[in-house]
Ligand binder design. Structure first.
Ligand SMILES: *[C@@H]1O[C@H](CO)[C@@H](O)[C@H](O)[C@H]1NC(C)=O
Ligand SMILES: *[C@@H]1O[C@H](CO)[C@@H](O)[C@H](O)[C@H]1NC(C)=O
Length: 410
């Protein structure tokens, strides 16, 4: 950039402004006075996709409601330049993920991601794995995320941001354009033999032949195998996200966000002082092998994971991919906390695409009715139909815990 003249830079700026005016705009806040719930619609930066291509990018410092507030819901979907919903058979939404981070103030813009601190949820995986505040995949259009009153996800509390830092948000969108591909379901499951990859995107090492598919074979700018001669225009799409929120007040009861992963093979370890700690090992996704019987083919996985602090479950939901039959969260005594079922589409239109998981059912127990005790061991169970192989499937449970109820206010 340093060889560019001032004039050139100026024309570039004008050009960019011109381009920007054609993109969907984040809306003004609209207020529903009944509960003071505000609704704001935002758009990600534009995502360009040619037929068969993957976009897997992280957008830093995205538009977000600011101030000390409580989030009530987060709804997201892919839309085109006119704001129309894009159906999954055109562009498959593998996932979108929203994460909170803290960034030193006054760093120049081109160093935006230096020294940032990711602030993970209360969930249990190692490091930053599954640390998101929100995130869904193909099921996003049909899935409820609303948190009932008086609960909410507290954000923007100035007391929680270190001196000299500010709170920001990033969004990762993983989308797969499946226009003209040879094997649509194989492409959305990131099957390695359909992609032009030789390096595993997860660890940067040469692909191991035993790895059949998953995010390692679905990198940004990968392309799935095409039907011969298929041509199509480049598509420009956006992640449109609609956030409902209220200003923070003393009546809001904060909830903590947990995500459990059925692949978490944790183990206990003891430190030199004898203190026990738990090392989690979440793999995020797994392989479902095809069964050999030919009938009643189901693949069942379970993981039992202790949580540190108890509380009351306010909301819970499973996340699974195509092939899913059910996911279940159980308490230590075996009681069912939530059964979450996939809904498959039956048509062509966005939100009802045939053969895709277009919704997962959420559980809203009567607040106070499901109590977790400190250290309770929860079990996640995920069931897939394995009449055929599925690669890169997920088995996550997302749930919200209030550590106190409203009438326990102190
Ligand atoms: C895959 O192939 C496309 C088209 O030839 C190319 O543009 C792209 O860079 C390739 N991607 C990878 C990850 O190799
Ligand atoms: C699994 O899928 C196959 C093929 O679609 C179907 O015939 C079978 O009934 C399904 N099994 C279960 C247990 O859902």
């Amino acid at each position: 950039m340093k060889f560019m003249t001032q004039d050139w830079m100026f024309s570039l700026a004008i050009l960019i402004l011109g381009l920007m005016s054609s993109i969907p705009r984040s809306s003004a806040i609209s207020e529903n006075n009944k509960n003071n719930v505000k609704t704001t619609v935002f758009y990600s930066p534009k995502i360009e996709l040619s037929p068969g291509f993957i976009s897997n990018k992280i957008y830093y410092d995205v538009d977000f409601p600011r101030g000390h507030i409580a989030l009530k819901s987060f709804h997201a979907e892919l839309v085109d330049e006119l704001g129309n919903s894009v159906p999954l058979q055109e562009t498959y939404l593998h996932h979108w993920v929203v994460e909170k981070y803290q960034q030193p103030k006054n760093v120049p813009n081109n160093f935006q991601i230096d020294n940032i601190i990711l602030v993970r949820n209360s969930g249990l995986c190692q490091g930053d794995v599954l640390g998101q505040y929100y995130g869904l995949g193909a099921e996003t259009r049909g899935t409820k995320t609303y948190i009932p009153d008086p609960y909410g996800v507290e954000i923007g509390n100035p007391e929680e941001v270190p001196q000299g830092y500010e709170e920001k948000w990033l969004i990762n969108v993983h989308a797969i354009d499946t226009r003209g591909v040879k094997d649509r379901m194989g492409c959305i499951e990131c099957k390695c033999d359909l992609y032009n990859v030789t390096i595993n995107a997860l660890d940067g090492k040469p692909l191991d032949p035993s790895y059949k598919g998953g995010l390692g074979c679905c990198p940004d700018n990968g392309q799935c195998k095409m039907k011969k001669g298929f041509m199509g225009p480049k598509h420009v799409i956006y992640l449109k996200y609609t956030i409902m929120w209220i200003n923070w007040n003393d009546f809001v009861v904060p909830v903590k966000i947990y995500i459990l992963d059925v692949t978490d093979s944790w183990k206990k370890s003891y430190e030199t002082n004898g203190m026990m700690s738990i090392e989690h090992n979440c793999q995020v996704e797994y392989l479902v092998e095809a069964c050999s019987k030919g009938h009643d083919c189901v693949d069942v996985r379970r993981a039992s994971v202790p949580i540190k602090n108890g509380g009351y479950i306010i909301y819970s939901i499973g996340h699974q991919h195509v092939g899913a039959i059910r996911s279940t969260l159980r308490g230590q005594d075996g009681r069912v906390i939530c059964n979450s079922y996939p809904k498959y589409g039956t048509g062509k239109e966005a939100g009802n695409e045939k053969g895709y998981v277009v919704a997962m059912s959420a559980c809203y127990p009567k607040p106070g009715s499901i109590k977790l005790f400190d250290g309770e061991i929860l079990t996640i169970e995920t069931i897939y139909n394995n009449s055929m192989m599925h690669t890169g499937v997920m088995g996550h449970f997302y749930f919200l815990v209030a550590e106190k109820l409203p009438h326990h206010n102190v």
